[in-house]
Design a protein. Sequence first.
Length: 109
Amino acid sequence: MALALNVFRTVTVIVSTTPTEIYTAPVGYTGVVLLAQFSNIGENSEDVTFIHRRSVTDTEMVNDYPIQSKDSLNPISGKLVLETGDKLVVYGSSNTNLKFIASILETLN
């Protein structure tokens, strides 16, 4: 069976206080993050961290960034290209109040 040329993915998670790999670009594909957004649904300000991980190198795009109650954050202003094996990692200061969503286009290499 032939591989699809383009595959759209939606990734949603409740952010944990533990760094969690939420997406890995699959073998044979490049992932293009079209949208990434954190939402704070709680009553207090919460901090978030958003990381691009390649092998053993972490690049923090947002580090302990505060999001006010009932507000949101778009941590990237354009597109983010993820090569095969690259990962997205998130964590925050709450186990229940922070939500994350991303729209990702996987395109065949």
